[in-house]
Design a protein around this ligand. Structure first.
Ligand code: IMP
Length: 430
């Protein structure tokens, strides 16, 4: 028996929510360990759609504990709004099934105001952030200016911390020509949320240690994707957290050995929201078709996602840097009907051949994909219930991906519905 960490191997939006939901059936505890409400996980269960941003996907199943770990950045209003929203869909959310780590940093009003003001100031060089204040909150955390959820219990200390933080924020707000904030207003606003949030707050690392001792199965739910990792991604066009599975340990308070099997969720083609390099992007009718068939619009911002061919060189890099043991290949059905499919196997950068995606932003911007072409298939793969049901060309496509990325396909997903998932391996026993 082992734990499982689920991470995105591309630029996010690989379909993690659905896979986590499938796996959470077996898990006892589901933990978010990084990111914030920039994430968007869509679950479709019995025809009902749930859109989650901060809540772990396990929340929609009864008798599971969902934990928001210390590596996450939490906007109190966004979390409370999401709790109310999901509750209104008939899901029970109480302190018995939701635990918020006491050492989690909070996103405050200035974070998103500054996030948007800084994006505006970047002009044509925008990073394309979600505008949720994620990066600004992580900046304050690392600068030791952050407000943590445990601070809400101590009013004098909280005011002192807010004064310290606002003395920094107000300088920036002034510089951007935005309204400055005063401690009393921010404090009063926070206090409104505190009463509702504090019942969920607890010592996550202890509860996880108990889970470990009891032999409970833990599922670590990543957000975004490896190529958005602040170290291993397409810097500076990245998010502000580590999205690799290693972060599951630091971001929740368990040892590195506890992470267990690392499952990389991988879309059968590639998408990206926001700006930044994307070698296999298709700025043509094929890209449009992928977007339409795959319903490629952001869950969080509604932005149209950029679409392109599968980039095996990039996913192989994620497999290596993130310790991915196997992948869940999603949205294979979106490729039904194409005459030909291209797979990127490396890059040409100024006439030199690379089998990896170099770290330099200059190289990344100049990288031209080196493609191999495969025959497509006309059959409807949504009907497949086992690997053997897939058309021969689809099997060839999947097998070739496995060979190129040097990792096996452990799960295959052929539609948004939870039932249309072919599980090749019991990951909790892997
Ligand atoms: P931030 O995380 O809001 O700072 O945005 C930084 C970059 O990460 C932008 O390119 C966003 O579009 C991207 N990003 C953040 N969250 C997600 C996600 O859940 N899926 C896909 N892209 C994301």
């Amino acid at each position: 028996m082992t734990n499982v960490a689920v991470v995105g191997s591309q630029w996010g939006d690989e379909g993690k929510g659905k896979i986590v939901d499938v796996l959470s059936k077996e898990a006892d505890v589901v933990v978010r360990f990084q990111g914030g409400h920039n994430a968007g996980h869509t679950l479709v269960i019995d025809g009902k759609t749930y859109k989650l941003h901060l809540l772990p996907s396990g929340i929609v199943r009864p008798n599971k504990l969902s934990i928001i770990g210390n590596g996450v950045v939490v906007n109190p209003e966004a979390l409370l709004g999401e709790i109310e929203n999901v509750k209104s869909q008939g899901v029970d959310i109480t302190p018995d099934n939701l635990l918020l780590a006491e050492n989690t940093n909070l996103i405050l009003p200035a974070h998103s105001v500054l996030d948007n003001a800084m994006e505006e100031a970047r002009g044509a060089k925008k990073l394309g952030t979600t505008g949720r204040g994620i990066g600004l909150c992580y900046e304050d955390k690392v600068a030791r200016r952050g407000i943590r959820i445990c601070d809400l219990e101590h009013s004098d200390y909280l005011k002192e911390r807010l004064e310290n933080m606002l003395s920094h924020h107000n300088v920036l707000l002034k510089g951007f020509g935005a309204d400055t904030l005063n401690v009393t207003d921010v404090y009063d606003e926070l206090m409104k949320s505190a009463e509702k949030l504090l019942p969920y707050v607890g010592v996550a690392w202890k509860r996880l240690d108990e889970a470990h001792k009891k032999g409970e199965k833990i599922l670590f739910e990543g957000a975004q994707g490896h190529m958005l990792d602040v170290d291993h991604g397409t810097y500076p066009f990245v998010t502000s957290s580590n999205t690799v599975a290693a972060q599951a340990a630091a971001g929740s308070g368990v040892g590195a050995k506890e992470i267990g099997y690392v499952l990389g969720i991988t879309k059968a083609y590639t998408t990206r929201v926001g700006t930044g390099p994307f070698p296999t992007e298709l700025d043509n009718a094929e890209g449009e078709l992928l977007g339409q068939r795959g319903h490629e619009f952001g869950t969080t911002t509604g932005r149209k996602r950029r679409c392109g061919w599968f980039d095996a060189a990039l996913v192989r890099q994620s497999v290596k840097t993130g310790g991915i043991d196997g992948i869940a290949l999603t949205k294979l059905d979106v490729l039904d009907g194409f005459d030909e499919l291209k797979i990127c196997v490396g890059y040409d950068i100024n006439g030199e051949r690379y089998d990896h995606y170099p770290a330099s932003a200059v190289h990344q911007a100049n990288a031209k994909p080196v493609y191999e072409t495969m025959k497509g298939w006309k059959e409807d793969t949504q009907k497949a219930r086992s690997f053997a049901d897939l058309p021969a060309e689809a099997v060839k496509y999947v097998k070739y991906i496995e060979e190129l990325i040097e990792a096996p396909v452990a799960i295959l997903s052929v539609s948004p519905d939870r039932d249309d998932t072919i599980v090749m391996q019991d990951l909790f026993s892997a």
